[in-house]
Structures are given as C-alpha cells and as structure tokens.
Design a protein around this ligand. Structure first.
Ligand code: 13P
Ligand code: ZN
Length: 275
C-alpha cells in the first residue's frame, strides 16, 4: 500500500483529472484542497517525511488549527496530478494558531501548496462552521462563469437568478445561491478575506473574470456543484447569443416555478432572491 492508494488521495487525484478533462485547468489554472479526517491522518502518517519549516499564510483563523489538508501545488498542472502525485500535490499541517502551514508529505523538490492556499484555508474555516461535514474547497477557471462575469451585474442576487433560470434543477443543487467577488488580485490575504465573507453565506463564490470557488462535503458534491453552475453559465451565454445578444427570452422559468420546485424537492430557497 502506498499513500497514493488511500481512498481520499484517489478521490482527490480523480477530481483533478475530471476538472482538466472539462477544460477548466489550462496550464496551472485552478487548485483543490481537502480537509483530512483524524482517521485519514492516521492512515497517511506512516508516509509523512520530516516536516519542513512553518510558512505564514497571511491570514489567521483557529477554527481548523492543527488540522491537515491535502493540497495541489502552486504552479502545478492538474493534468499531471494523477500521473505523479508526490511532485504535484502534498499534505500540510496547520499550526496551533491557524496562521501557518508546514509540508509533511509530497510537494517534492521544493514545491509549495497552491498560491490560493490562504483563500482555501479561510473558506474551509467558514464552510465547516456553516456545514460541519464540509471537506472540499475547489477553484476552477470555468469558462462560462468567466464569460458571464463580463456581461451581467456583479451582484449575488442577479447572478444567482440567471443561473437558477437556465436549468430547472439548478435551484435544487444550490438553493442558497452563489456570491460574487469583484475582480481582485489573486493569490493573497485580501482575496481570501473577501471570498470567505461570501462563503459564510453561499457554498459557491464567483471570482469575476477569473473563475469559481466551490465547497462540499465530498469530491462528488463539490465537483457536481461546479459542474452545475458552469453548465448553467454556458447555457446562458449560448441562449443569449442565439437570442441576438438580448437577455429578454421568449420563455422563462418563473419565480413561482423556482418556488414550486423547491417545495416539491424539500429544499429551502434563498427567499431574498425570489419575488
Ligand atoms: P496555483 O498554481 O498557485 O494553484 O495558482 C493557480 C490559480 O488558479 C490562481 O488563482
Ligand atoms: Zn485561479
């Protein structure tokens, strides 16, 4: 048994590959982190190396202090993860203050966790408070969402309503909606703080002109959320183009349709986003 054979590592590498195959990970675009359980840490521990030095994250939150994450590497390509996990991903331990990490496995030859690790860590902290089962944070350069961010208001309510109205089951998959982070410089503490504020309210955050952040209790749910949001965004772009560029569609899913769907599927719609 190698560490690469552990179920959570297999699930992680498969998701990297799935995202690449969707066309969401040009070059080193996108990143993935996974909050390991105590049992998974115990399974992985025999493979840990001598820990490397502590590195400040530039953010601080004690919610997940002392926990371990599997993370993609900065500058690493999603398409290479499955073929060579030890060079492209790694396990990091968080310090007792929740302000620094150190690498305990993988990320060989001087590699580092994703430059978006501060955003991932802060998002994990707020999502686990919103949903104690949350384990996955995923960032992808989803083209439809990026395209949409150029032509619709960068505002939670209107962005969410457009997505909900593009495909009947969207509202069931993300009844709380999505939040929007305006354009910001990626890779630091400022975008991490802004995104985690949004993720207190929603399981997904759009990064204007950049891509998408999603969360979930497992790889399937997080990937499925990104897949659903991105498909709705692509449908909007295509339907609008087919409509001569206009956003006035002949037929629409009404607010009553959205509410009726949620009633029958037993999910609670974000009532601020429907009339
Ligand atoms: P990393 O290669 O550091 O993960 O950065 C990719 C990215 O998408 C930044 O937003
Ligand atoms: Zn990115």
């Amino acid at each position: 048994m190698a560490i690469e054979d552990l179920e959570f590592v297999q699930g992680f590498t498969r998701m990297c590959d799935d995202g690449f195959k969707q066309g969401w990970h040009e070059r080193n675009g996108g990143n993935l982190t996974y909050l390991m359980s105590e049992e998974e840490v115990a399974e992985a521990r025999p493979f840990f190396a001598e820990p490397r030095e502590w590195v400040s994250m530039g953010v601080e939150d004690a919610t997940l202090a002392g926990r371990y994450f599997l993370s993609t590497g900065s500058g690493k390509y999603m398409r290479n993860v499955a073929g060579d996990p030890a060079h492209n991903i790694g396990i990091v331990e968080i310090n007792e203050k929740g302000s620094a990490y150190r690498i305990v496995w993988g990320l060989l030859e001087g590699a580092k966790p994703t430059s978006e690790f501060p955003s991932h860590y802060m998002n994990h902290c707020v999502r686990v408070m919103a949903d104690p089962t949350n384990r996955v944070i995923y960032h992808a350069h989803t083209p439809g969402v990026i395209e949409m961010s150029f032509i619709v208001p960068l505002e939670d309510r209107s962005f969410t309503r457009i997505l909900w109205q593009m495909m009947t089951e969207c509202v069931v998959v993300f009844p709380a909606g999505v939040g929007v982070v305006p354009w910001m410089v990626p890779g630091g503490a400022a975008i991490a703080q802004a995104t985690s504020e949004i993720m207190k309210k929603y399981p997904a955050a759009v990064w204007a002109h950049h891509g998408l952040f999603v969360s979930g209790p497992d790889f399937d749910t997080a990937f499925g959320l990104a897949h659903t949001i991105e498909k709705a965004a692509e449908l909007y772009i295509a339907a609008r183009a087919a409509n001569g560029g206009s956003d006035k569609f002949l037929n629409v899913i009404s607010d009553q349709n959205l509410k009726d769907t949620c009633r029958d599927f037993n999910v609670e719609i974000n009532s601020d986003f429907v009339d």
